[in-house]
Design a protein around this ligand. Structure first.
Ligand SMILES: C[S@@+](CC[C@H](N)C(=O)[O-])C[C@H]1O[C@@H](n2cnc3c(N)ncnc32)[C@H](O)[C@@H]1O
Length: 295
């Protein structure tokens, strides 16, 4: 099996280019409320880790693919001035309801204006949807020299192998697999996982660190199926088939399920500029349908 993407998605990986960026990558908006209701949030430990790594106060941050603001609220509550960017209008509406006091920006990562630089750029379960070309020079261009990049996420899995097996059997007629190969093909047993692998190869970043925050919790069967209904692999199925697969899975689930949802955290520091060069950023994606706008 290929490496598992650090993305919180139980779905088969395809690059944004392959997905056309308008379909699957933007499939979450149709279930924005369910996303907010059923997706697990993030622990405050992440902010502590980022702060300890930064070694200095973080005043401003840009979030990429903020969704309904599950990670936004963590940093905002910790006193960081967050600019939450997200291309999907429905997800962003949900975010504004939940986290009203942050600046929001409706834009794809590829279209983000580079006018401002931040002390922190971070992304939760979203970076794998961005176009790989020019990814790191763009992140570097959005960071002050010495600024920090943080990425976190991880798969939400059934902890009990016997429950996982019956769910797999129930899902199989509709969806072959919900495992996520690593975006860059990193093997699951490799020491460094994506996007740490890309960061380490990038000329713009130093001091790449990877850590895991273990998470175990219990969900009702109904909430677990609610969670599945926000996963893009299921969202790609025709609506009637989605209902069928959720019904099939519901019938084999016990009343409550144990969940294993470890988070992998990657941290890196933007290299101080040499006199030789500054990041040269590829032009924006050219998509004109979602002009960036500050709200
Ligand atoms: C799995 S959700 C994660 C949302 C949120 N960060 C969280 O952790 O709950 C992925 C998000 O990435 C967004 N997205 C998709 N393509 C993107 C792109 N090219 N640039 C930025 N965000 C993108 C989607 O609209 C969606 O809100």
């Amino acid at each position: 099996m290929a490496g598992v993407a650090n993305n919180g998605e139980a779905s088969t990986w395809r690059s944004c280019d392959a997905a056309g960026m308008s379909g699957r990558a933007l499939s979450f908006g149709g279930v924005a409320e369910a996303y907010e209701q059923f997706r697990p949030g993030y622990p405050g430990e992440i902010v502590e880790q980022v702060r300890a790594y930064a070694g200095q106060p973080i005043r401003s941050a840009l979030e990429v693919g903020a969704g309904t603001g599950k990670a936004t609220r963590l940093f905002a509550q910790a006193g960081v001035m967050v600019t939450a960017s997200e291309p999907d209008a429905a997800m962003l509406d949900e975010l504004r309801k939940r986290v009203p006091h942050v600046t929001t920006l409706q834009a794809r990562f590829e279209d983000l204006p580079l006018a401002k630089r931040f002390g922190l750029v971070y992304s939760a379960a979203a970076l794998h949807w961005t176009r790989p070309e020019g990814r790191w020079s763009r992140v570097a261009a959005l960071l002050r020299p010495g600024g920090v990049f943080a990425n976190f996420g991880g798969p939400v899995r059934l902890a009990d192998p016997s429950v996982e097996r019956v769910v797999q059997e129930a899902r199989a007629p509709f969806l072959a697999s919900d495992e996520v190969p690593s975006p860059d093909g990193t093997a699951p047993e490799a020491r460094l996982q994506w996007p740490g692998t890309e960061l380490e190869r990038s000329e713009w970043f130093v001091d790449v660190q990877q850590s895991v925050i273990e998470r175990r919790f219990t969900m009702s069967a109904a909430d677990y199926v609610g969670y599945l209904s926000t996963v893009s692999a299921y969202l790609e199925l025709p609506a009637a088939v989605q209902q069928q697969v959720y019904r099939h899975i519901s019938t084999v689930l016990p009343a409550t399920v144990e969940i294993s949802a470890d988070l992998m955290v990657h941290l890196a520091r933007r290299r101080e500029p040499s006199s030789r060069h500054e990041p040269s950023v590829p032009p924006t994606s050219g998509h004109q349908d979602l002009p960036p706008r500050h709200v």
